[in-house]
Design a protein around this ligand. Sequence first.
Ligand code: CUA
Length: 661
Amino acid sequence: MKRAILAGGIASVMGLGILFLGCPPKKATLGEDVAKAVYVPPGQYDEFYAFVSGGFDGQLLVYGLPSGRLLKVIPVFSQYPRNGYGYSEETKAFLMTSHGFIPWGDLHHPELSQTDGVPDGRWVFANENNVPRVARIDLRRFETAEIIEIPNSGGNHSSPFITQNTEYVVAGTRFSVPIDVTTGELKDVSISSYAENFKGTITFIKVNNDPNYKGEDKMSIAFQLLVPGFDYDLAHCGKGPSHGWCFFTSYNTEQAYTLLEANASQNDKDFILAVNWKKAEECVAQGKAKEYPATYYHNYYDEKKHMAISSVKKSVKILTPQDCPGVAYYLPTPKSPHGVDVDPSGEYIVGGGKLSADLPIHSFSKMMKAIENKEFEREIFGIPVLKFEAVNHCLVPKACLGPLHTEFDDKGYAYTSCFVSSEVIKTDLKECKVVDRITVYYNIGHLMIPGGDSRKPWGKYLLAMNKITKDRYLPVGPELHQSAQLIDISGEKMRMLLDFPTLGEPHYANGIHADVVKDKVIGYYDLRENEHPYSIKSEAEARVERKGNVVHVYMASIRSHFTPDNIEGIRVGDTVYFHVTNLDQEFDIPHGFAMMGAENANILIMPGETRTLKWVPKKPGVYPFYCTDFCSPLHQEMQGYVRVSPANANVSLKWGTGKSL
Ligand code: CUA
């Protein structure tokens, strides 16, 4: 019954409500063989890394599969007090945008870098949906390395999907907005002028894949394609024969601007937008894109300086479909499609008609033929609309209710999540036939097979990411954490293995075999290569320097003390920067630093790293500080004091460790 209630809104739209009143969720029966399938004995590693989005948490979560153990939270778009990300002076720049410093973000889709269509374990990209941005996370460090803001966009949802060799990361507007391309700002116009003024953009971010490239702009915006004011929801790029194309779902082709649940559900078909990015490159090279002003931030981590640095970009190239014939086509697709996924062969383009019961599968080769034969039904904004029959491979009949997303195994099967009927279906792509289905609890959004959106899926496990958790775990108040379920897809029939909770909302995930990544991960930062301007290489270099009202503390942390650990001569009105360098050179020995009264988080300093905590003391007194991360048997002794005197006091500046000042 719960599912029936939840699905009510959609059911009334679909007129299919009756179908899912009859099947209350059953308790899964889990046997010993199932427990063995997910059991990773103490001391052993998981077989796969799963990078799961944190949604409104703004972070990227790293889980091990098949165990479902949470291995790490990587802060990306939100401040993270656990390690001081977005609080330390070195990391604040990551969260700078053209709107100012933004402490929170909504991370939806992780996407691993690929070479020749295969996940290569270099980076994970992630999109921010609220203030449009794309991040690159470095998998040598499992830390954010770069964030670029997307101008002329509202709600960067169809992102950060990549091309086969990570040539580009794409970013499409979810919310169309009244873009004034001549200024790069939003127009002040009536909302009811939507059809006239609101536009979308599809952004192509160029990625520099040269392993020797040391410049700051690994990601830069190559061009934006101006598109009609629809909602561009999700994307995936072609591979193999369809390499050179990217596909974007769009809904709200009705161009509604209020009560979208009804007003944007009128049309029988919306579209998948197919963009020929190689054609776009040609047009840009021919000077057909115009350069317009646009203000957006590019934030990059300088690994030598241990510091994020912001720069402000001032222009962007915009291409219109009218100026570049052949750059884009619309593929009619039933009922507000959500996901769009390309199978490993590159031939099948699977849509997700979220208000439909049929699963639409388009054919890339049919699409190319239809373009050649000009089988167009009309044109919108210079973009030809191809005839549905000319591009459609099949509609899998009565597939399920509310198909959303599809991933693939290595045997020609597609696995689709069905939001309304809370199940995963397995479809034979060629035959257009559902061959198996399994119930999930409840209301699945995305699903993920490691490598399942690449040319070489590891077709062993499927991760279902569910929106509602109701009654799966012990109650802990009005809300439960969202949940993921692990399904064995190695056999003919799918088999449910495991439930585990996730932080935030798991929108999407990408997975990769651990062997591709694990040996490249670094264990500490080489102190000799630390070029942070306030770093020190030994305790002998530790010191305190005053420059007017600003005090810089060059501090060392090493098991199990700080140098200096006694400081006097700080005055009310001073701004104090504690630049703490962790002199330890050993894997998994961070130190922490926290200061009583600092309007800040603690900072965690990795071995060989330098991090800075800002403190503005307000009252005279003696203030303790201490190490927050348990680092040794004498961790509890790792502490110190700072004496703060009145603004007009003449206590001289003194510091030291192991002596009286
Ligand atoms: Cu250093 Cu605890």
